[in-house]
Design a protein around this ligand. Structure first.
Ligand code: GLC
Ligand code: CA
Length: 585
């Protein structure tokens, strides 16, 4: 018997797949209107294939008034004209399949747009058959004043309820007013969602990323949230909607009705909770729900509670602890992880967890790549991460932050300060300091393809400003340069694909007390990988014996090229150096 048997859960194509997330609006504009589009993505399929991508995930491209950049959908069965047509989508799918890649769609069904036909009907009258497709409630009378049905705060600020003058009731929207929540307790709503999924599956799509899928079931009676912030009337209410009472019943039904009939890749987005046992329930194979979820414990590390736009200092000890726990979590029961450090809702990883100064940017981006390719789980790369794209600079003003979350939060704080200080002109510079580090906008600047104007993203006026560094930090330059972040990612992906131990092996933390070095081993059958990374600019010296026996090990990946002789039996890691050794036992 081997000490470390093959993984307890079977291997699967979607486990070893490299998924690449595209934010279509900012990827590549094929017709000069300043907005990325499907034909633009089609034109870059070879770029993706070359990098080693297996699955392309598209953020929403459906018809949308763009109240929340497409996460507010007014027609699930059509492509918004700004991105192209259904025919363009078919061509894109074909192009991906011809190259042996798969295409995954974003399924946004906790809410629709308020311009969706379902909602227009629902709000047209209390007797409309679709009235109950959304969550309508009468207001509350308090001291002769009409108030929303409860004190829930919307995720993007203000009350989670909007009043409809026509029918004299409020509807629930956990995000902005233009994103009314569907009533999943109504079986017709669920059937309609299964139909949308079948529509795309029949067209050939290979899977779904499911937007905020853990908030579709709200607590019975929609009770007030506890008052945690006494300075506000509206309170965070995620305890009443995250992992709600019937969510697993609904996802099991989705599995039985739709997912079980196809070989799809499925990943649920599950924010507002770090509760491991709750998250496990979506993923454990015996539950027959989803392949995996995006849990946000790592991504929330540098924010105080409920404030994603505020930066909190993080420590490597916390970082290691979160990763270790999830890497080891219910492995024997078949829990499967997602490995990701960027997406369209977070600032750039090299700016958050690496070091984006000129001196360290490339080397630390490569080290974060080493981290990503040596963890167990399905690996997700976000567009531009493979180039080491970083946050845009502090000198950019508020007007460059296009995201509704940034704008709303800024305005809310501004009004509060104006009230408190009794004057119009209040200092907001500290907020911009935080935004420069944390806003979602940093992930949404256009891709930097080459050194031509606007980074070659568009021949027109880009919908959002391109980061200032595009002239020398772009894909064309990096494709030419064997030392680039891109070249490193491409190579690192090959290494991951050659060594199953990196995808499926067990995880053991080494040097747990070290403040600057993150080290671990991965074991599968008779292969062992030893990973060691220095999360700082100063050299770090470690005793290699603490990593196990390095004798006879092969260096299979390192961001400083060939390893130098460390001498004296010690291991000296240079600033942001990362190494992966392999041993056959
Ligand atoms: C998800 C999306 C985010 C969006 C929100 C509301 O978190 O990733 O971009 O704003 O859902 O749909
Ligand atoms: Ca376009």
């Amino acid at each position: 018997m081997l000490a470390h048997p093959d993984p307890p859960s079977p291997r699967a194509w979607w486990k070893s797949a490299i998924v690449y997330q595209i934010y279509p609006t900012s990827f590549f504009d094929s017709n000069g209107d300043g907005i990325g589009d499907l034909n633009g993505i089609h034109a870059k399929l070879d770029y993706l294939k070359d990098l080693g991508v297996d699955v392309v995930w598209l953020s929403p491209i459906y018809c949308s008034p763009l109240a929340d950049m497409g996460y507010d959908i007014s027609d699930y069965r059509n492509i918004d004209p700004r991105y192209g047509t259904l025919e363009d989508w078919d061509n894109l799918l074909q192009g991906a399949h011809q190259r042996g890649m798969k295409l995954m769609m974003d399924l946004v069904v906790n809410h629709t747009s308020d311009e969706h036909e379902w909602f227009l009907q629902s709000k047209s009258g209390k007797d409309n058959p679709k009235r109950d497709w959304y969550i309508w409630r009468p207001g509350k009378q308090v001291d002769g004043k009409r108030l929303p049905p409860n004190n829930w705060k919307s995720v993007f600020q203000g009350s989670a309820w909007d009043y409809d003058e026509n029918t004299k009731e409020y509807y629930l929207h956990l995000y902005v007013s233009k994103q009314p929540d569907l009533n999943w307790d109504n079986p017709d709503v669920r059937d309609a969602v299964w139909d949308v999924m079948r529509f795309w599956i029949n067209r050939g799509c290979d899977g779904f990323r499911m937007d905020v899928i853990n908030i579709i079931s709200k607590v019975e009676g929609l009770p007030d949230a506890p008052v945690v912030d006494a300075s506000q009337y509206y309170q965070s209410a995620s305890m009443h909607f995250a992992n709600g009472p019937r969510v697993h019943e609904y996802i099991k039904q989705m599995h039985a009705e739709v997912l079980s009939k196809h070989d799809l890749i499925t990943v649920g987005e599950t924010p507002f909770t770090h509760d491991a046992s709750q998250l496990a329930a979506y993923v454990l194979p015996q539950n027959k729900e989803l392949n995996m979820v995006f849990n946000f414990e790592l991504m929330d590390l540098d924010s105080p509670d409920y404030s994603p736009l505020v930066r909190k200092a993080w420590t490597l000890a916390e970082f290691k602890d979160v990763i270790r726990r999830w890497q080891q979590f219910k492995r024997d029961e078949g829990y499967w992880n997602t490995v990701f450090i960027e997406n369209h809702d977070h600032a750039r990883s090299v700016s958050r967890f690496g070091n984006d100064s000129n001196e360290w940017r490339a080397i630390s981006a490569k080290m974060l790549c080493i981290l990503e390719v040596t963890l167990t789980g399905t690996l997700y790369i976000y567009q531009g991460q493979e180039l080491g794209l970083k946050n845009f600079p502090r000198s950019w003003g508020l007007e460059e932050y296009k995201d509704v979350a940034s704008q709303n939060y800024y305005n809310l704080v501004k009004v509060q300060r104006q009230k408190a200080e009794g004057k119009e002109d209040v200092d907001m510079s500290d907020l911009l300091d935080h935004f420069q580090q944390k806003a979602r906008d940093h992930a949404r600047t256009p891709m930097q393809w080459d050194s031509s104007p606007n980074g070659g993203f568009t021949t027109g006026e880009p919908w959002m400003r391109v980061n200032d560094d595009y002239a020398n930090w772009n894909a064309a330059a990096q494709l030419q340069d064997p030392d680039s972040v891109y070249a490193f990612w491409k190579h690192a992906i090959e290494v991951r694909k050659q060594h199953d131990v990196l995808v499926y092996g067990s995880f053991e933390l080494k040097l747990p007390e070290h403040q600057q070095v993150f080290a671990y081993t991965r074991v599968l059958g008779d292969s062992e990988a030893i990973v060691v990374m220095n999360f700082g600019v100063n050299e770090a010296e470690i005793d290699p014996a603490r990593l196990g026996d390095l004798d006879g090990c092969l260096l299979i990946l390192g961001n400083y090229g060939a390893s130098r002789d460390d001498g004296g039996g010690r291991l000296n890691l240079r600033g942001y150096e990362g190494r992966v050794y392999l041993k056959q036992n």
